[in-house]
Design a protein around this ligand. Structure first.
Ligand code: MG
Length: 257
């Protein structure tokens, strides 16, 4: 596994409230086929720099929980059959709840409206679990074809699924920034999760809306297909979003398998 990451304030916002995480984890099985990694992007919200606190708090809680659990639990590759509710999934979803509780506690204590999106991938060997809350996304480039893996929890995504607006209107709708699920909104959060069987040559990308709103999937796919290294791909995607306006904070993590 090779990983690249980049985050940028963009051209309009005064500060960067996104956070990114790319962690190569020790391989408890010892061999290179047991390599493990945790990737995540969080897009914080809330005035007066509270978004920055929320996104970084969420990712540090996520990383602390997962590294602690993997260390205690031994081999993370012991994940059961594909599609089954494996060991890794439980660890990832528990970590998402822990991150939610940390942000919720901080929000309650400081009486503000902080919150954050989260998209996270926990990979071990050739199996990975993805979890997401909000409108940060995961994409997979396989065999030259880019597919989006996650569903946004946003008002406009719900309107598309109900046929009220077209997928293209998501990019310009006045309420496109309204997300319907976030970390920190309550004592528990509902995250989507699914297993991904990684194949040799796969490239996975996690990103905040500051990337995907600035460039259509065809443009994202063009960069992901042409950049040889994951770090170069992440940096080129940030440049693309800035060339197209850079209206929001831009964050991206790229994993090559
Ligand atoms: Mg954003």
């Amino acid at each position: 596994m090779r990983i690249g990451k980049a985050t940028d304030t963009g051209r309009i916002r005064a500060s960067n409230e996104d956070a990114v995480l790319a962690l190569e984890l020790p391989a408890p099985g010892g061999g290179p086929d047991q390599a493990a990694a945790l990737l995540a992007v969080a897009d914080g919200m809330g005035g007066a720099q509270q978004g920055e606190v929320a996104s970084s708090l969420a990712l540090s809680a996520l990383s602390r929980h997962i590294t602690g659990r993997l260390g205690a639990a031994g081999r993370p590759a012991d994940d059961g059959p594909p599609g089954g509710g494996g060991h890794l999934r439980r660890i990832l979803l528990d970590a998402v709840q822990e991150a939610n509780q940390q942000v919720f506690a901080r929000r309650t204590a400081s009486r503000n409206d902080m919150g954050t999106t989260l998209v996270a991938l926990l990979a071990a060997g050739s199996g990975a679990w993805v979890a997401n809350v909000g409108d940060s996304r995961a994409y997979l480039l396989r065999g030259g074809r880019l597919q989006r893996l996650t569903t946004d929890h946003s008002l406009v995504a719900a309107m598309v699924s109900e046929g009220l607006i077209t997928p293209d209107e998501v990019y310009s709708h006045p309420q496109r920034n309204i997300i319907t699920r976030s970390l920190g909104g309550g004592p528990a959060v509902e995250a989507d999760s699914f297993r991904l069987e990684l194949e040799r040559g796969d490239r996975v990308m996690l990103c905040s809306d500051g990337l995907w709103e600035m460039a259509r999937d065809a443009e994202l796919g063009g960069v992901l297909r042409s950049a040889p290294e994951p770090q170069g791909a992440a940096e080129e995607l940030v440049r693309l979003a800035n060339r197209n306006g850079g209206a929001d904070n831009i964050s991206v993590v790229v994993l090559d398998f």
